[in-house]
Design a protein around this ligand. Structure first.
Ligand code: ZN
Length: 302
């Protein structure tokens, strides 16, 4: 985790810090893409830009996730606390967005965006949603970086392990998002889960499963008009909220595994994740058994 880094002035302060009594809400970090002078893709009407769409969408997903559970589900479904990594029309540095997730102890991080066709492609010829996660190379780079920042070898092994685990689980998160969006918008709207093709630096260093969602094309006349209206965004917001619940609910049953993971449940469901000490011990035992130091960052990873 990015210990010691400070949130910028534009950030929502971490709402959850330190141990809490169960049941604690599960923290989710949502990043409304762009903001301030970084307008993002132009929308279908003058003055409407991607930065407006992403903020409105994130606020709606937050409202859906933080809404009280139905009475028949109370006590059985986890509650959520949603941290927005941008709360107003402000420019937020790209690294500060992932730090927002790391500092708040979020169990997942979603960066929300809306698409536009690349230069040279006729607007209106592409539509649909797509989900991006970091590729294996970026994950390995981040794991090496996390190890470099650790104070000792055992901690380095733990830090790189958590980065790799989050990277692997991000792929499951992406497919959960894809399924939920396809359910609301139609499978034909899906453009797939990808590990390249968008600027994914925003996902690096989140310390938790992270995905970037391009919810649709703002420059498609039909899709852009939907994205620019609250009613048109509603199915997307529902899908994103449903995906978060689906992804995190089984995780609660299996126990938290990521950094910042807590057990919000006290209802006796099985939750026996390996402790940090346990994993560190295993990693160290492995290193001892193989007569090699705990995993070190590859040369050139600086
Ligand atoms: Zn964008």
């Amino acid at each position: 985790m990015a210990a010691g880094v400070m949130l910028g002035p534009a950030m929502t302060p971490p709402a959850v810090a330190g141990p809490q009594a169960d049941p604690a809400p599960i923290v989710v970090a949502l990043d409304p893409g762009h903001g301030g002078t970084n307008l993002g893709a132009p929308g279908p009407a003058a003055g409407v830009y991607e930065k407006h769409v992403t903020l409105a969408l994130a606020e709606r997903v937050r409202a859906l996730l933080e809404a009280p559970a139905d009475p028949d589900q109370a006590g059985r479904r986890p509650s959520f606390h949603v941290v927005l990594c941008r709360t107003g029309d402000r420019l937020v540095a790209i690294r500060a967005r992932a730090r927002c997730a790391a500092e708040s102890g979020a169990r997942l991080f979603l960066s929300l965006h809306a698409n536009a066709v690349p230069a040279g492609v006729l607007p209106g010829t592409q539509h649909g949603f797509e989900v991006f996660v970091l590729g294996p190379r970026e994950i390995e780079d981040d794991a090496a970086l996390a190890a470099l920042r650790a104070p000792d070898e055992a901690d380095a092994a733990w830090q790189s392990h958590t980065v790799r685990a989050a990277g692997e689980r991000a792929l499951a998160l992406a497919h959960t998002l894809e399924d939920a969006l396809a359910h609301e918008l139609g499978a034909a709207s899906g453009r797939g889960v990808k590990q390249a093709g968008a600027a994914l630096d925003v996902l690096r260093g989140a310390g938790t499963p992270a995905a970037l969602v391009e919810v649709g094309f703002l420059d498609d006349p039909e899709e852009g008009a939907r994205l620019a209206s609250a009613s048109g965004r509603e199915p997307i917001a529902r899908a994103l909220a449903a995906a978060v619940r689906t992804f995190l609910d089984p995780e609660v049953a299996n126990g938290p595994s990521g950094p910042g993971g807590r057990s919000p449940r006290s209802d006796g469901r099985p939750a026996a994740p390996p402790s940090r000490t346990h994993v560190r011990g295993r990693l160290q035992a492995h290193a001892d058994a193989t007569d090699r130091p705990a995993p070190l960052p590859p040369a050139g990873a600086r």
